[in-house]
Design a protein around this ligand. Structure first.
Ligand SMILES: [Zn+2]
Length: 402
């Protein structure tokens, strides 16, 4: 976690992307009592006035770590004669400075409860109530741009997205939250509440996103129950391992199954093919597709057992090899995407997504007390994910603080 102030030059970003801890870089708003922006528009509704005369300097007490008091300017609109105040940078008509509100948001994002933020800030001389902390966090969260499905549907393009589903506790109930990540860079694209977690509901949520972002051919979805909705690379790997083990065991046990003999393949050959398949599925090189084809052809003549009969070893081997041979381009094509330095863009797993869920939604080290309102759970997840999207330059909290 890096903390900075607006205006500081961004520190070099040298942390390893794979580091498995939550990192945020938040830039606090500053208070500059001498810096005023001259008014550009009359605050009175409907008044077109654009010229204003400074009338009076007035003092204002504020809650801030460094400036207990600042001065504001009273201006008069030449057009309609109304008067209004202009405040220095970091101060608004409210009593609490933007810096203190920013600190409240920062401490909350770091895992403190609303009440704990109140205690910490008050003990440092910044008296801010728990309710104000709550308001600051929620209003900052509401200002987070995008991060919802509807926004994603107009315009964002990427070659690959990862999607995942998680649940957070809210008022004693578990609500389902879906997260979509750009799988090429780990940027969180949207966080949405889902009506439920059955396959149909997931599909209804995700299909429009996949179509809109144009991520054809590489759609990864997994969820906490381990159901693989589409082609998740790590799932295919585990699944293949399990089948290889099972079929190898049947062949080694010998006995009733004579299906291999029937197509003229020895047990040794079949065991060697299975071992080879296991190696190939883990190295996943595009150029190995002909090998899979060759292996498949050995079993191509295996007959489908009659109705009601169990699939025998030869037929299962035929299906497994055919499936992986056909799937090969989809399982390996991400290997052909390289960045400017020749590094692979994707590692073929849903890691970005799993990491995002851990970092931004589960907020790993926040005490698991759940959220009071569903909207608050969504808002805060979006706020934290948005901060995570700004690791390089830092997130200017001033942009989110009213
Ligand atoms: Zn006016």
């Amino acid at each position: 976690m890096a903390v900075g102030q607006s205006g500081n030059s961004p520190t070099a970003y040298t942390k390893n992307r794979e580091s498995d801890y939550m990192r945020l870089k938040l830039l606090l708003p500053v208070v500059v009592p001498t810096k005023f922006e001259s008014p550009k528009k009359c605050p009175r509704q409907g008044c077109p006035g654009m010229r204003f005369i400074p009338r009076q300097e007035v003092s204002k007490r504020i809650v801030d770590a460094q400036h207990p008091e600042v001065t504001a300017w009273r201006y008069e609109c030449v057009q309609c004669g109304c008067t209004f105040r202009v405040y220095p940078q970091g101060v608004s008509e409210k009593q609490i400075s933007k810096r203190v509100n920013g600190m409240a948001v920062m401490l909350y994002v770091l895992g403190l409860s609303y009440g704990a933020v109140e205690i910490v800030l008050s003990s440092l001389g910044m008296s801010i109530g728990k309710t104000s902390v709550y308001r600051a966090v929620q209003s900052a969260a509401k200002k987070v741009p995008g991060m919802r499905r509807e926004k994603l549907l107009d315009g964002y393009k990427t070659k690959a997205v990862g999607a995942d589903v998680t649940s957070v506790s809210c008022n004693g109930q578990w609500i389902q939250i879906g997260i979509v990540v750009d799988a090429t860079n780990g940027i969180v694209l949207s966080i949405d509440q889902l009506p439920g977690e059955d396959a149909e509901q997931l599909k209804a949520w995700l299909e429009p996103i996949l179509n809109a972002v144009d991520a054809d051919g590489f759609k990864i979805v997994s969820d906490e129950t381990g159901r693989s909705q589409q082609v998740c690379k790590s799932h295919v790997g585990r699944n293949t391992d399990a089948l290889v083990d099972e079929l190898s065991a049947i062949i080694q046990a010998a006995g009733q199954d004579h299906s291999l003999e029937a197509i003229g393949v020895t047990s040794e050959q079949a065991l060697a093919d299975l071992a080879r398949l296991r190696t190939l599925i883990h190295s996943r090189r595009p150029e190995d597709q002909p090998q899979l084809e060759q292996m498949y052809l050995r079993y191509a003549n295996a007959r489908k057992p009659g109705k009601g009969k169990k699939h025998d070893v030869a037929y299962r081997l035929r299906n497994l090899l055919m499936d992986r041979w056909n799937l090969w381009p989809r399982l390996t094509f991400y290997r052909t995407w390289k960045d400017d330095h020749g590094n692979l863009i994707l590692d073929g797993t849903n890691n970005h997504c799993e990491r995002s869920i851990g970092w931004w939604i589960k907020e790993r080290y926040r005490s698991m007390r759940g959220y009071k309102r569903e909207q608050s759970a969504l808002n805060v997840s979006r706020l934290i994910a948005f901060a995570g999207n700004h690791l390089y330059r830092g997130l200017k909290l001033a942009d989110l603080i009213a």
